[in-house]
Design a protein around this ligand. Structure first.
Ligand SMILES: [Zn+2]
Length: 334
């Protein structure tokens, strides 16, 4: 009898408890991503792969639900053209090319897939994408050919190159503007930290329009936005202490903020209130609550404006990548 009981407990352990431990530890949740993503976190030495393993990718068009197969570097050029302005320094565009390629291949290797696709075209979920035709039509006619050629040359000049750490392809997150200092991954998504995604400082990011923004809300607007998530929220707007930042992350982004009877994370506040980043302060003016925001994006990994700022200071794309991704190598796949 006792043996049977032990046997049952062992089976329950194997079937339910151990898998919970693993999925919790290794799941990386993308902000705003609705897809269920599974990461099979196995050691994946990059040496095992050749570039031809990634010849084509399956791209999910989020709105239509269609999955399109595309040659990898054609896809990367379109991603780069969607992610970074063509008038940025070519070294910044090359750095973005390696980042986007690395990010894509990481997703393929680690099985971070949408159901029938490797990656989707939603910037808030995976990475931005635009078709070549749509991209060209959005540029002024006289700039189209030069812009497109500049991007394709940046992609081709870094062909087969990916960022690796300790022989493994890295999870190459990138964002628009770090506000001068990047964020560690665990402060955004929880879970584990990556040794190559440390907080680093970059000068010159304040010269870009993406550096600062503001969201101004009436008391009613703020309350309604928060109520949509927390129906029992109550805020005494007459009390100065009722809206307040409680603490900050190491990179000086908001870790916890108090709204009346609720304390929520900076990441949650960013999402609910539509703030460009979690680096914000709160002031009151003329009956309005003003969120003054520094930086744009989650702040993890490569900053696009930071890459351009560094390129203009004379750094090449490899140096830029090594600045944002600590301790990496640039590896050319066979
Ligand atoms: Zn996606």
């Amino acid at each position: 009898m006792k043996k049977i009981l032990i046997y049952i407990l062992v089976v329950i352990g194997i079937c339910f408890i151990i898998p919970i431990f693993f999925t919790t530890k290794f799941k990386i949740k993308e902000i705003f991503c609705e897809s269920e993503e599974k990461e099979e976190k196995i050691i994946q030495d990059i040496e095992k792969y050749s570039y031809s393993d990634f010849k084509t990718i399956k791209l999910l068009h989020k709105e239509s639900g269609e999955v399109e197969e595309k040659p990898l570097d054609e896809y990367i050029a379109e991603v780069v053209s969607a992610e970074i302005p063509a008038n940025y320094d070519v070294e910044a565009i090359k750095a973005q090319s390696v980042s986007a390629r690395t990010y894509t291949i990481y997703k393929i290797i680690h099985g971070l897939k949408h159901e029938n696709a490797d990656i989707c075209d939603d910037y808030a979920c995976c990475q931005a994408w635009i078709s070549k035709d749509d991209r060209l039509s959005k540029w002024k006619e006289g700039e189209r050919i030069d812009n497109w050629n500049k991007i394709v040359e940046a992609v081709n000049s870094t062909i087969r190159e990916v960022a690796t750490y300790d022989g493994q392809i890295i999870n190459a997150f990138f964002h628009s503007n770090s506000g001068g200092v990047t964020e560690t991954a665990s402060n955004v998504w929880g879970g584990e930290d990556f040794p190559y995604l440390k907080s680093v400082e970059t000068s010159g990011e304040d010269a870009y329009t993406q550096y600062s923004s503001e969201v101004s809300l009436t008391e009613e607007e703020l309350l309604n936005k928060l109520k949509a998530e927390y129906s029992d929220i109550e805020i005494d707007f007459a009390n100065e202490e009722s809206i307040k930042i409680i603490d900050y992350t190491e990179s000086n982004r908001v870790k916890t903020v108090k709204f009346g009877n609720k304390e929520i994370s900076g990441v949650e506040a960013r999402r609910i209130l539509g703030l460009k980043s979690t680096n914000f302060n709160i002031t009151k003016n003329d009956g309005k609550i003003i969120f003054s925001v520094v930086g744009n994006g989650h702040g993890v990994g490569l900053s696009q404006t930071g890459a351009d700022a560094l390129a203009k200071q004379g750094f090449n794309y490899q140096e830029i990548l090594k600045h944002f991704y600590t301790g990496i190598e640039i590896t050319k796949l066979d």
